[in-house]
Design a protein around this ligand. Structure first.
Ligand SMILES: C[S@@+](CC[C@H](N)C(=O)[O-])C[C@H]1O[C@@H](n2cnc3c(N)ncnc32)[C@H](O)[C@@H]1O
Length: 215
């Protein structure tokens, strides 16, 4: 963990115990449900959830009945502890405590990498997206769901949320910024859609000719 992640880790460690029962859990469940609709859970594929929280998305995909290999990474040890309780003993599920900016996974190894409502908390979202791209197989799909600030209303809304929820330092993107970052990282057919007015779902397919930064 890097020092810049400490405030976020403290905050999510504190939240972990009530994360699945608080009022916001309804919102997070809806978001995870939407992501599940965008994933085609075929037998044998590998999916990574970056900033997996308490593992709810992985649990839903596990319940799909398909033999999907599921992996989650989260920087908060307490969130991971709750996820481990939930997913304890489930076959083909791995959980890692660690940062999105420096993940322990092999290059070109996942069919899907998803990241829901987490990216704006990352200290270096560009580096997180580069890592997500590195671990994706060529032809694999990254799905990022996060707040975006393309209008004044959204900007003001998220500033208020930030203050009231004491989120600390966060970074929200505009549609085109995210699109540009994914194109620069070697994604083709980047598509975007709005969800629940304030969220943006960005899907990128890693080009078969993308060279990983570490290659
Ligand atoms: C609002 S929660 C969303 C959790 C989950 N994706 C969901 O939809 O329920 C944000 C999550 O991102 C995690 N997170 C924040 N910064 C991170 C980082 N740099 N690397 C990995 N996870 C991070 C937090 O610990 C937290 O679990």
């Amino acid at each position: 963990m890097d020092g810049k992640e400490e405030p976020s880790v403290r905050r999510f460690n504190k939240w972990a115990g009530s994360y699945d029962t608080g009022i916001l859990s309804v919102f997070f469940r809806m978001c995870n449900g939407k992501i599940c609709q965008l994933v085609e859970p075929r037998d044998g594929i590998k999916l990574l959830d970056v900033g997996c929280g308490t593992g709810s998305l992985l649990e839903s995909l596990f319940r799909s009945g398909r033999q999907v290999n599921l992996c989650g990474i989260n920087v908060s040890p307490e969130m991971i502890r709750v996820a481990r309780k939930k997913l304890n003993g489930k076959e083909r599920v791995e959980l890692h405590e660690g940062s999105a900016t420096n993940s322990p996974f092999e290059s070109d190894s996942f069919d899907y990498v998803v990241c829901a409502n987490s990216l704006h908390h990352h200290p270096d979202p560009g580096q997180s997206l580069a890592e997500m791209t590195r671990v994706l197989k060529p032809g694999g799909v990254v799905i990022v769901m996060d707040a975006f600030i393309d209008s004044r209303v959204r900007k003001i809304f998220f500033r208020i949320v930030n203050v009231f929820r004491g989120e600390g330092k966060v970074q929200h993107f505009r549609r085109q910024e995210l699109q540009r970052i994914l194109h620069n990282l070697g994604h083709e057919s980047v598509t975007q859609r709005t969800y629940l007015l304030f969220l943006l779902i960005t899907c990128g397919t890693k080009s078969k000719t993308t060279r990983n930064p570490s290659a």
